[in-house]
Design a protein around this ligand. Structure first.
Ligand SMILES: N[C@@H](Cc1c[nH]c[nH+]1)C(=O)O
Length: 368
């Protein structure tokens, strides 16, 4: 069957005006804000050797990676499903001797093998920052603050940060439950199904489900669930992060949320905004495994700015039609003043049809 002209594979699409411009503008605003906090931009390739990418991923993400055989190297290559993994590779190899903490930023497309009904796009933009060499409370505070500030710089007003403790169940149950039971308990907690939890003999864990909610109450409830003080450092940690966020965002806690946190350790967070459906980003602490098996702590976040394109796209700058025969310096003057200019190339060019708001007439910008 021949593929109709112009058809793209499922989950892939063109971004047209004005959406493409809005996407670039948002990514730039995010990266500019991240850069002001001392994060240096790196730009890893779209494709790498499969082992390099999937070897560093937990199972969930590895399954979601698109691979192909490269006719040149005869090796299996993979398209990156997450730039954080590439940053880990760079930090543990080429930048292994750079001073720590190392602050790196990135932005570019990632690709997922499968789209879902809720997330139909397979190619999405990812912009983020990774703080390498630390997974302390101070690192968590910085990372969340930079993420919130970057989002706000794009014009998003009310941000919600949902804090989570990705390794909470292991920490609490590691010594009392068998590995299979831990896996079962985690699945039931993920489903937030109280009945099933009781039926499976995990009723002791019910109060944990009720700890989800606004930060102050949630921390109190978590402290009450803090058996043998196993959670003290974690609870103190998220309380400190919540305080550091202050009024910049609404803070909630969902201590058992693990979806999307396959490799994060003691600390994780998701970002949401008013009027935007779904998550806009997430982050947390994790471990980078080096080529010799050595481990280095890190903390970071990734934002998915495509979600922000749902909000109204601001209009273009005023666009000035420059008729035939106008000296180029005159048009340049108007560009310096903030106009976009569209130059007539021949007599067929029509200002209105080309979307201009003004026409250059007698040396002045006149509204069409
Ligand atoms: N890359 C992760 C988020 C993250 C960045 N750094 C640590 N965690 C994700 O997109 O889910």
């Amino acid at each position: 069957m021949t593929i109709p002209h112009g058809l793209l594979p499922e989950g892939l699409r063109d971004r047209l005006p004005p959406e493409a411009a809005a996407q670039t503008r948002i990514a730039r605003a995010l990266l500019d804000t991240i850069a002001t906090h001392g994060y240096d931009l790196v730009s890893p390739p779209l494709v790498e050797f499969e082992e390099g990418l999937t070897g560093r991923l937990m199972e969930g993400r590895a399954k979601d990676t698109l691979r192909f055989v490269d006719p040149v190297s005869q090796r299996t290559l993979a398209l990156r499903p997450d730039i954080t993994i590439q940053i880990g590779r760079i930090a543990s190899t080429r930048l292994a001797s750079a001073p720590r903490p190392l602050r790196l930023a990135y932005g570019g497309p990632i690709l997922k093998l499968r789209a879902s009904q809720l997330a139909p796009a397979r190619e999405i933009m990812q912009v983020g920052a990774e703080l390498i060499g630390r997974d302390s409370v101070a690192a968590a505070c910085e990372i969340v603050q930079v993420a919130v500030e970057a989002l706000r710089a794009t014009g998003v007003e009310s941000v919600t940060v949902d804090l989570t403790l990705p390794d909470l169940v292991e920490t609490l149950a590691g010594r009392v439950l068998a590995v299979e039971d831990i896996a079962k308990l985690k699945t039931l907690l993920d489903m937030k199904d109280a009945g099933a939890l009781i039926a499976a003999g995990f009723s002791d864990w019910l109060p944990l489900m009720a700890t989800t909610g606004p930060v102050t109450e949630s921390i109190e409830k978590l402290r009450a669930f803090n058996h043998a003080g196993l959670l003290t450092s974690r609870i103190d940690g998220i309380a400190a992060v919540a305080e550091a966020i202050g009024d910049a965002a609404r803070v909630t806690i969902d201590p058992t949320e693990r979806h999307g946190f396959e490799y994060q350790s003691w600390f994780g967070f998701s970002l949401f905004a008013e009027n935007i459906s779904g998550e806009i980003g997430r982050g947390g602490s994790y471990v980078i495994v080096g080529p010799d098996g050595s481990e280095e702590p890190a903390t970071g976040f990734s934002l998915y700015p495509d979600a922000l394109l749902e909000s109204p796209i601001p209009a273009n700058a005023p666009t000035l039609f420059v008729p035939l025969g106008i000296p180029p310096v005159l048009a340049a003057q108007f560009r310096n003043e903030g106009y976009r200019t569209i130059a007539a190339l021949d007599a067929d060019c029509d200002a209105a049809k080309l979307g201009c708001s003004h026409r250059l007439t007698n040396g002045k910008a006149v509204l069409l």
